[in-house]
Design a protein around this ligand. Structure first.
Ligand code: HEC
Length: 206
């Protein structure tokens, strides 16, 4: 009687290799992999295991994957939120001691483009200078760049490539409409954000 009972337990244990890795590969590793924005890799068991408890918490309250859109309005083709069944799998994995399982069951990790992830852009705009961050508290800098567009343009997608992802945390992109700003290349100073909104900033993005 004991043997079949044990067998049943083993077959139902939620493991990293078989159950959890496919979820991480689909929802997490575009940020949680070496060289990307998130603090640790979730591509392999050794890197993910120390974070198991924290993963359980972050997922349960939907802090991860980050998604600011209000779930009650609209549907988005790139909505990264976890399905309830995936949240339950992660919860069971953490509760079960976050075991690895059989590494041979690990699926192939997704392939990522090494350059522009959304495809080669039609237009690239460089900030035109190398900015060196001074040690100390968080720093907010403002760079004005020319689009050189001659007419109104529709954007399908935009991507930002910081030179050093370890120190760049956020970027806000605004359209500057005022003539007064048109010739400037860089404005630094705490009052800049207020001036932008006073002068008609049009759109905002993270
Ligand atoms: C869009 C990028 C992105 C995706 C997708 C993403 N993360 Fe994160 N994650 C981050 C960043 C950035 C941080 C660091 C947060 C900070 O420093 O404030 C982080 C931090 C964490 C932390 C540390 C503790 C915490 O809650 O801040 C855990 C755990 C975590 N992520 C788990 C996950 C899991 C599990 C998934 C997939 C289900 C996921 N993340 C998907 C970007 C992402």
């Amino acid at each position: 009687m004991i043997l079949p009972a044990l067998f049943f337990l083993a077959a139902n244990t939620v493991t990293f290799s078989r159950d959890v890795a496919p979820i991480f590969f689909e929802h997490c590793v575009r940020c949680h992999r070496p060289g990307e924005v998130a603090p640790m890799s979730l591509l392999d068991y050794k890197s993910a295991r120390p974070w198991a408890r924290s993963i359980g918490e972050a997922v349960a309250v939907r802090r991860m994957p980050p998604w600011m859109a209000d779930p009650h309005f609209g549907t988005f083709s790139n909505d990264p939120r976890l399905r309830d069944s995936e949240m339950a799998t992660i919860r069971a994995w953490v509760a079960g001691g976050a075991p690895e399982g059989d590494p041979r069951e690990l699926p192939q990790p997704p392939a990522f483009a090494s350059g522009w992830e959304l495809g080669t852009p039609d237009v690239t705009i460089d900030i035109g200078q190398t900015y060196r961050l001074k040690p100390g508290r968080d720093s907010y800098e403002h760079f004005i760049v020319q689009t050189n567009f001659k007419e109104g343009m529709w954007l399908r997608a935009a991507d930002l490539h910081p030179g050093n992802r370890k120190i760049v945390h956020h970027a806000h992109v605004n359209i500057v409409q005022s003539e007064a700003q048109a010739g400037a290349t860089t404005i630094q100073g705490d009052d800049f954000a207020e001036r932008l909104s006073a002068e008609g900033r049009e759109s905002d993005a993270h």
